[in-house]
Design a protein around this ligand. Structure first.
Ligand SMILES: [Zn+2]
Length: 307
């Protein structure tokens, strides 16, 4: 089952050096979630071959322009493309005013329902409870209220053992996959454990952007399989990071190490860095399993192997 993230924009603040402002597309079992929507996101989606009308939910971490200025353009294009299915937008309540104002002054009456959901602010609070994934909030520390997102795959159904397939009538298969014992035609009972194996363990993905170094996130991130954490600067600019409430690559790696995550994915790079190499080198001094996000690249979220 698919669980993968495509980083559409990996730059901080200004589009520069081939990097675009923040946006990611998360695919969970073919349900599409857009995380942040910086300027140009719709072009990035088009280049990635994504049908924007398949995106069911959009989550906006905070209201700095590099995280949401692409949203009205995207909504407008969905409208012009004849979207009919509901679009859920999760963000700070002020964004609803921005959307409503823009629609009003342009006298646009959307052809599809747009449901706005104000984000909760405390870590652990539920944002989305979909059949395939639950999304909870991560309270971040930034210059304005900012929320990170923890995506937890909902446990899949149990797997029928190949040798047991012929013992289970077709009509009973779903119940057996859900964990029920099988009652046979003659009234006997076959224990579920004889018929099925455990489902694959559920996977988790966390998005922490933008945030200052925040060690109290660690308990919420313990053991996640893939952690996207901003790394706007290197330690040479630690003072600048502190002042602007961003993180250094080393700080991102410290969070990954303390939370024992599977893989750390760095992003939100300042335009001063020509390549991500020096950020990667710095992070790897603290935590070995680090990757740098790239425009248009897809990262598969695998169950980490606990050693
Ligand atoms: Zn910001």
């Amino acid at each position: 089952m698919r669980f993968e993230v495509t980083t559409l924009g990996t730059g901080a603040a200004l589009p520069a050096r081939g990097r675009f402002p923040s946006a990611q597309l998360l695919n969970v079992h073919d349900q599409l979630y857009l995380i942040d929507c910086g300027e140009g996101t719709q072009e990035r989606l088009r280049m990635a071959g994504v049908n924007m009308n398949r995106i069911g939910q959009i989550l906006i971490s905070h209201l700095h322009g590099d995280h949401y200025l692409g949203l009205m353009g995207l909504i407008s294009s969905m409208h012009l493309n004849g979207r009919e299915n509901v679009l859920h937008v999760h963000a700070r309540a002020e964004l609803k005013e921005v959307i409503d104002l823009q629609l009003r002054v342009s006298r646009t009456y959307l052809r599809f329902p747009l449901e706005f959901h104000p984000l909760p602010s405390q870590s652990g609070e539920l944002i989305i409870d979909d059949p395939k994934v639950r999304v909870t909030a991560l309270e971040l520390t930034h210059r304005i209220p900012t929320t990170g997102f923890l995506f937890t795959e909902v446990s899949q159904l149990r797997r029928i053992k190949p040798e047991a397939v012929d013992r289970i009538p077709h009509f009973a298969r779903t119940r057996v996959k859900e964990g029920e014992d099988l009652v046979t035609a003659d009234g006997g009972v076959i224990a579920n454990s004889e018929l099925t194996n455990d489902p694959p363990p559920s996977r988790r993905y966390a998005y922490c952007c933008d945030t200052a170094y925040k060690p109290d996130l660690v308990p919420h991130l313990m053991g996640v399989d893939l952690l996207y954490h901003e790394a706007t600067f290197t330690e040479l600019l630690a003072a600048r990071a502190k002042e602007t409430m961003h993180s250094t690559a080393r700080q991102a790696a410290l969070i990954a190490k303390q939370a024992n995550v599977g893989t750390l994915l760095l992003g939100h790079f300042s335009s001063r860095y020509k390549s991500e190499e020096e950020l990667l080198i710095e992070a790897r001094q603290e935590f070995p399993n680090v990757l740098a996000a790239e425009e248009g690249k897809t990262f598969f979220i695998h169950q980490q192997i606990m050693v």
